[in-house]
Design a protein around this ligand. Structure first.
Ligand SMILES: *Cc1c(COP(=O)(O)O)cnc(C)c1O
Length: 378
């Protein structure tokens, strides 16, 4: 998005923006593929505005390189289709009745979690004279969508009889893929048993998949031939223990500028709640990022930013559109670039760090980054 004054030839610098290195998404994809067998296809997950990275730009960067792009809602699907994304799209979510008709477009594959849902999709498909590709989801322990594992054979035997569906895949999902606690392994062995039991009844699936990002690295199985990476594609680790297994590069950086530098007199306080007080005359800088941009309010006690390769701590709480940092004894100019997420002269702050400071997960940090923040694609 161009700033309004651009038309008059005046370039107004952004006060806060995201820099997105799409090339890194490609190399992260390569790094993930290196962990999979050669026959493995990739369903690249671009839900939630591609984890904050921009749905369309990410889709354009990934299409042609993966079997599917994965989204969770009809709205995301339609955005991709209206913008002429050619890739086949997989929709994870449960679509409400009238949404099914709108979703049945060429190159769309739906997820099915029950006989009723399968019947509903089959009826709409038949009405449109189509055959809709679906992947059947089985709940082996996530406790969310999916046919309960114990009922799966019986239910799937009925679903495969529905003529307007093309049964293309069978999948499940891990709640603890990052751990080696045996739970995911149990899920995988249940899932493998199911694949084999159905195969004995002549029911076979072109695609069989279970692994999200962490699952790709920790839990593979020879019967699986598709993976569903999200977070690691964007160069963010779901868990720090995975850093020793794979090298990925963060795609996204969050930046701002110093809006103002000022000196607080001894005893003066800064910010709502007066949580920061100057023990001696103290220089602070105000940045144009606040919690309304998606930077988590709860991070303020531990948060740091990078300016000219040095780390600075916040001075008090984060405001809606601003935060202040404590400059120690340094002199820094107005308009100086500030890195809140990303690399700066050899140092780096990751979405993982912000998640730690805020007591949340990196998924939440990136998916909350405001949609309207200017995204600059490099
Ligand atoms: C979001 C999602 C993924 C991707 O998970 P990551 O941990 O980001 O890799 C994979 N599968 C399903 C079903 C999902 O909903």
């Amino acid at each position: 998005m161009r700033p309004p004054a651009a038309e008059s030839g005046l370039q107004i610098p952004h006060a806060a923006w995201l820099e997105i290195r799409l090339g890194r998404m490609g190399s992260n994809l390569d790094a993930l593929r290196a962990h999979c067998s050669k026959e493995t296809d990739v369903l690249a997950v671009v839900k939630a505005n591609a984890y904050g990275h921009g749905l369309l730009e990410s889709a354009r960067a990934l299409q042609g390189r993966v079997r599917y792009l994965g989204v969770s809602s009809l709205r995301e699907l339609l955005t991709l289709k209206e913008n002429h994304i050619e890739a086949a799209i997989f929709v994870f979510g449960r679509l409400a009745g009238p949404e099914i008709r709108a979703a049945l477009l060429d190159g769309v594959t739906l997820s099915v979690s029950s006989l009723e849902e399968a019947q509903e999709i089959a009826v709409v498909s038949a009405g449109l004279g189509r055959k809709t590709p679906v992947h059947i989801k089985v709940d082996t322990g996530m406790g969310r969508f999916g046919i309960p594992f114990r009922e799966a054979v019986k239910v799937i035997e009925k679903i495969v009889l529905l003529p307007a569906l093309e049964i293309e895949g069978l999948y499940t999902h891990f709640p603890t893929a990052e751990l080696d606690d045996g739970f995911a392994d149990q899920q995988l062995s249940d899932f493998a048993l199911l694949i084999q039991a159905l195969a004995q009844k002549g029911i076979k699936f072109r695609y069989r998949h279970a692994a999200n990002s962490a699952g790709i690295l920790r839990h593979s199985h020879p019967l699986l031939n598709m993976v569903r990476p999200g977070l690691l594609l964007y160069g963010i680790y779901p868990d720090t223990t995975l850093k020793s297994i794979i090298q990925v590069q963060p795609v996204l950086a969050l930046k701002s500028r110093i809006m103002l530098v000022k000196t607080l007199t001894a005893g003066a306080t800064a910010g709502y709640g007066r949580q920061f007080s100057a023990k001696k005359p103290t220089r602070i800088a105000v940045l144009a990022v606040g919690y309304s941009h998606g930077y988590p309010f709860n991070a303020w006690r531990d948060a740091e930013v990078l300016i000219q390769g040095k780390r600075y701590k916040l001075a008090g709480r984060i405001s809606m559109d601003y935060m202040a940092v404590h400059l120690n004894d340094d002199t820094l100019p107005r308009d100086e670039e500030v890195t809140l997420i990303g690399e700066n002269q050899g140092d780096r702050i990751g979405a993982e760090d912000i998640a730690d400071w805020a007591g949340t997960i990196p998924y939440e940090v990136v998916t909350r980054l405001l949609g309207q923040l200017p995204r600059i694609y490099l």
